[in-house]
Design a protein. Structure first.
Length: 488
């Protein structure tokens, strides 16, 4: 095969902004899934901490932020199950479809079931479904590009644009409904959004490549029985732990952190010890380890948009606009605005630079360090009372969040497909999402230490740690590039 054949796209017909046409289908389903996900998450913490008179559940802030962290971690932790089902049972395309159905059912549960019952059932279903969508959608995007196709990072940035269009609109509309009609109407709108995404995907799924329906490593008949037994045993254990009080709300976050660490270590060992990977693939997986750690550090700060930043916006931020106070959830739409504006610029930049663009380890180092700088930027605004922090100040900080995110998130998704051994295509994407799971769960744990009185050490220490981690990755960059064996 010539170099031209190896790097050419398999799609010669109409394109989607210069990318393979099937990207439009995946772009659309992720847009609507993120609309529902972020729309719900934009009002979820407020639902937990607001009093019953305000339509909420009246849970204390430490427990509520722990629930948010545990839920966020479970979303990304469940990518492991989604990836395994895609690689061993259903294939990526069918797994994505059934996962979208679970997400829609979860939002319906939040909308119609009262109290903690609705929260428990709804969040579990949304977490499981979102995990399946995340692992498979990312893997499917990677399957649209031949090895060496320089458009890959640009395509992932465009895919990330669809994610953030949904993330922009979701909190705006659910927050508006929450403030005018109530929380359950906001959750209902999230369910409607996922229903639209499911319908769009049902129509466009036939355009996906044949590999989308393939099961890379199908289970044999006996293995299916073993897998079913393990799944049933897991459900029984969870039910027993819940009934005996072990799975209390204030313990969920620590449990998710522990499970995520064990799962990540186990996955790295499983892949590295597998006889189905080559020497080059093994070296690439080794290079992924320090980048995985940097990703977890980044997400432990970034995901505090849904914990600390929400609490900060509710109590410390001046949200007055020409005599009108905007809903707290609208703050969650600031970052997506910047993503929409800048993702195209980043995609164009990587395309223009081509082989001259910074290597992936350098991008990770910059993203982690810049995230630390964003936390340090909170320091000039500390010390005031309620509604004392300027809105433009937080807007500027979230702009820095966005720069860091664009250097880590779409690049990390792309990297996970480039470094993935052939036998672990979807599961390697799930391994990247485990770093997000750990960071998300840690964001809930860290939020428990936040208060108006502790803002200086809180933002200062976390910002400094992220900068140090970024510096270490930058120093390791030459070694990591050699281990990556030609992958940039």
């Amino acid at each position: 095969m010539t170099e031209l054949d190896r790097t050419a796209s398999p799609y010669s017909g109409p394109t989607f902004f210069g990318q393979p046409r099937p990207l439009a289908t995946l772009f659309g389903v992720e847009l609507w899934e993120r609309f529902s996900f972020y729309g719900m998450q934009g009002i979820l913490l407020l639902y937990l901490i607001y009093s019953t008179a305000e339509g909420g559940l009246g849970i204390d802030e430490t427990t509520a932020t722990g629930i948010i962290g545990a839920y966020g971690g479970l979303v990304y932790l469940s990518t492991v199950a989604g990836a395994w089902i895609a690689d061993r049972l259903l294939g990526a395309e069918r797994t994505l479809f059934f996962s979208a159905v679970l997400v829609m059912a979860g939002h319906i549960a939040l909308a119609v079931l009262p109290g903690l019952a609705g929260v428990g059932v709804g969040l579990v279903l949304v977490a499981l479904g979102s995990g399946g969508i995340k692992a498979t959608a990312t893997s499917l995007v990677g399957s649209l590009y031949a090895e060496g196709d320089e458009r890959r990072d640009a395509g992932f940035s465009l895919f990330y644009l669809g994610i953030n269009l949904g993330a922009l609109l979701g909190p705006l509309l659910t927050g508006l409904l929450q403030t005018t009609l109530g929380f359950h109407y906001g959750f209902g709108l999230a369910a409607l959004g996922m229903a639209l995404g499911l319908a769009q995907y049902t129509v466009g799924r036939r355009r996906l490549p044949r590999s989308a329906a393939e099961v890379p490593a199908p289970l044999a008949g006996r293995e299916r029985l073993v897998a079913a037994g393990v799944a049933l045993a897991g459900v029984v254990v969870i039910v027993v732990l819940g009934l005996t009080g072990v799975l209390r709300a204030d313990r969920l976050n620590a449990i998710v952190v522990g499970v995520t660490v064990v799962a990540a270590v186990g996955y790295f060992v499983l892949i590295l010890a597998s006889r189905r990977i080559t020497r080059i693939e093994r070296r690439r997986v080794l290079a992924f380890i320090p980048l995985w750690i940097a990703s977890a550090v980044f997400w432990s700060l970034y995901q505090q948009q849904f914990t600390v930043v929400t609490l900060y916006s509710d109590s410390r931020l001046d949200r007055s606009l020409f005599g009108w106070e905007m809903p707290v959830s609208w703050v969650q739409s600031i970052n997506p605005v910047f993503i929409i504006v800048l993702s195209g610029a980043f995609a164009a930049l990587w395309t223009k630079l081509g082989p001259r663009q910074p290597s992936t380890p350098v991008k990770f180092a910059l993203g982690t360090a810049i995230m630390g700088v964003a936390f340090l930027l909170f320091l000039p605004m500390v010390g005031g009372g309620p509604a004392s922090a300027p809105l433009l100040g937080l807007v500027g900080i979230l702009f820095v969040f966005t720069i860091a995110e664009l250097l880590i998130s779409p690049v990390g998704l792309s990297l996970s497909t480039k470094l993935a051994p052939e036998a672990f295509r979807t599961q390697m994407v799930a391994l990247f999402f485990l770093s997000v799971a750990l960071g998300s769960a840690l964001s809930g744990t860290l939020a428990g230490y936040y208060s108006a009185e502790s803002e200086v050490p809180y933002f200062g220490v976390l910002g400094a740690v992220a900068i140090i981690v970024g510096a270490v990755v930058a120093l390791l960059a030459p070694v990591l590039r050699r281990l990556m064996e030609g992958v940039r």
